[in-house]
Design a protein around this ligand. Structure first.
Ligand code: NAP
Length: 268
């Protein structure tokens, strides 16, 4: 749904929270929100990068931006964000950060897989509940949960990560319908491969046979333009075509095999 920047600010401002904000897709979302005039609480673990980014948002866009340094895997993460936003009128949550293990399922200890659930699902759920309630109370607001095309089917070598991304998508889609009447617009952003520092660090050495790599700014822009439409978006036309082919034309078994082959060619 296309909204002017003023309409956007009135609907989703004056404050927004971006969980996982200092680089990559979360940074792009933060910049897009600040450009539209939202004040931001930006959350990440590395203090210097986050504080520098908050300062940049203040100077580039003239908004208020506060850095909140914490680990979203922590059991107290949502409580600390609640405390930090107690006196603020928050109308927007972008839950961006994810923990993404890549490699054979059995090579990682189960504790690492549980950490994926903590970051990608538990804290995402807690913050969605917190801010959806606040937005419903004021009759307007928006929530974007980052999902992934990997969550559309079983995905070898990232099996648990992909399952957490399916959770993000299904949670967002259910709430999209359920909270609409209360004025809360929820969207799942099902990104494909996106050029972010985390993606580059994961060391994809081969090219993906399936999809091109997108830029983070384009992902954020497309998602925010779709907020109020929904329930989910796959940013990028070529990603949408790839997704259509894999989901509609292939059997489930074949789609999982294609995903496995793609992962093995990217991470040999
Ligand atoms: N990049 C892709 O190809 C791709 C594809 C599909 C979907 N996605 C989804 O898009 C989202 C963003 O991905 P991304 O590639 O930009 O990388 P990301 O590692 O998920 O996000 C990076 C940002 O989140 C922060 N962060 C990460 N873990 C955190 C934690 N435990 N606690 C607090 N902050 C944390 C990082 O800062 P600190 O390190 O300082 O904490 C950084 O600011 C994820 O949900 C991912 O599943 C990405």
């Amino acid at each position: 749904m296309r909204r002017t920047d003023n309409e956007f600010l009135a609907r989703y401002g004056p404050w927004g929270v971006v969980a996982g904000a200092s680089e990559g897709i979360g940074r792009a979302f933060s910049s897009e929100l600040a450009r539209r005039g939202l004040n931001l609480i930006v959350v990440a673990r590395r203090r210097t990068e986050l504080e520098d980014f908050a300062a940049l948002l203040r100077s580039d866009y003239g908004v208020e931006a506060r850095a909140l340094v914490l680990d979203l895997a922590g059991e107290d993460a949502a409580a600390r964000i609640e405390e930090a936003t107690e006196d603020l009128d928050v109308g927007m949550l972008v839950y961006n950060a994810a923990y993404s293990l890549i490699g054979p399922f059995l090579d990682a200890p189960v504790e690492e897989h549980l950490k994926e659930l903590d970051v990608n699902c538990r804290t995402a759920l807690e913050l969605t509940h917190l801010f959806a309630k606040r937005c419903a109370g004021r009759g307007r607001g928006g929530i974007v949960l980052l999902s992934s095309m990997a969550g559309f089917q079983g995905s070898p070598l990232i099996a648990n990560y992909a399952a957490t991304k399916a959770y993000n998508m299904i949670l967002a889609e259910g709430l999209w319908e359920e909270l609409r009447e209360a004025g809360v617009e929820v969207l799942a952003c099902c990104a494909g491969a996106t050029r972010t520092p985390n993606y580059q660090r994961s060391g994809p050495s081969g090219a993906s046979a399936m999809v091109p790599v997108m830029e983070a700014e384009a992902v954020a822009r497309e998602a925010l333009a779709e907020l109020g439409g929904g329930p989910s978006i796959i940013p990028g036309k070529r990603n949408r075509i790839a997704s259509f082919l894999v989901r509609r034309l292939l059997s489930r078994r074949r789609a999982i095999s294609v995903m496995g082959n793609n992962m093995r060619s990217m991470y040999p």
